[in-house]
Design a protein. Structure first.
Length: 295
């Protein structure tokens, strides 16, 4: 059993003044470069939360320039036990209307320019990813969003595109043919890295538009997206309060907490010391071997 410490990756509007008790901003260094910005940590309803703005202050980082590894590594260094990602998404399904919340359960990765793993340079790991989100976290997030008054869809396949441009109409139709329900630019490699860091991960998408498949709606309009995001941010803050209020008093272990036990394929006796040092947070419970006296 352990206490909950929820890491939240999303916009800075999620923790506006007054939303967190005992709030403090801390700068955390990462072994994987610069994170998007400082961590804001505090409590909601007595539960510890740590937030990082995915795109940095003022939304200065495009999806391709976010250092996803550093963000996950930084939150792990802060001691978070679970991750809740909140992001704007486009809808590829008529029933998922602007303003709705979608708790994603599957992902398609169409990104091409991003670092996808903490491992591979001195220590190799292959984590399972058939089910890329945590069912426990997802269920709690969906219930919290519902209690907060949002229209919630439980389950949906998210296709992650590189961006920063929106998709063409032909691409939008292809993604629908593939079975994708929503589209965005940030869930990958974020979900991959969360799994490697042994952090249960849930993704709540806030629908802002119908992408461009839905004729005669035409192109995606950024101005419309920004306007709707303001309303969605209010709903997201209410969801977080409900989420905190409903958390069990103690956190039961998740299978994701120890996923690296069977994922690392490099024999321990040939682990690269430099790689182990970089992984001191992501895989700290296993890397402690290098802190012990060697015979």
């Amino acid at each position: 059993m352990a206490d909950w410490h929820i890491g939240v990756i999303g916009g800075s509007g999620l923790y506006e003044p007054g939303a967190l008790e005992d709030a403090q901003e801390i700068a955390v260094n990462s072994a994987f470069g610069d994170p998007s910005g400082p961590v804001v940590t505090g409590k909601i309803g007595g539960v510890q939360f740590s937030f990082i703005a995915r795109h940095g202050a003022g939304h200065r980082l495009s999806p391709s320039h976010v250092n996803y590894r550093a963000n996950i590594d930084t939150l792990k260094r802060c001691g978070v036990t679970d991750l809740l990602a909140i992001s704007a998404i486009g809808s590829l399904k008529e029933e998922f209307a602007p303003g709705d919340f979608v708790v994603v359960d599957q992902l398609l990765d169409r990104t091409v320019q991003r670092e996808r793993s903490f491992f591979g340079d001195g220590i190799v790991a292959h984590v399972p990813l058939a089910d890329p989100v945590c069912p426990r976290m997802s269920k709690m997030a969906a219930s919290a969003a519902d209690r907060a008054g949002a229209k919630v869809h439980e389950g949906g396949t998210y296709v992650a595109i590189e961006g920063p441009q929106f998709s063409t109409r032909a691409e939008s139709h292809v993604f629908r043919d593939w079975g994708a329900n929503v589209i965005g630019m940030t869930a990958m490699p974020e979900a991959r890295l969360a799994r490697e860091a042994e952090l249960p991960y849930a993704l709540v998408g806030m629908v802002t538009d119908y992408d461009c498949w839905r004729e005669p709606d035409g192109d995606v309009d950024v101005a419309d997206i920004v306007a709707l995001m303001s309303t969605n941010a209010e709903n997201a803050r209410a969801m977080l309060a409900e989420f905190a209020a409903a958390l069990p008093k103690t956190r039961k272990a998740s299978p994701i907490d120890t996923v690296l036990d069977t994922a690392i394929v490099t024999p321990r006796d040939v682990w690269d010391v430099g790689a182990a040092a970089r992984l001191d947070a992501v895989a700290g419970r296993l890397m402690s071997f290098f802190a012990e006296p060697q015979e």
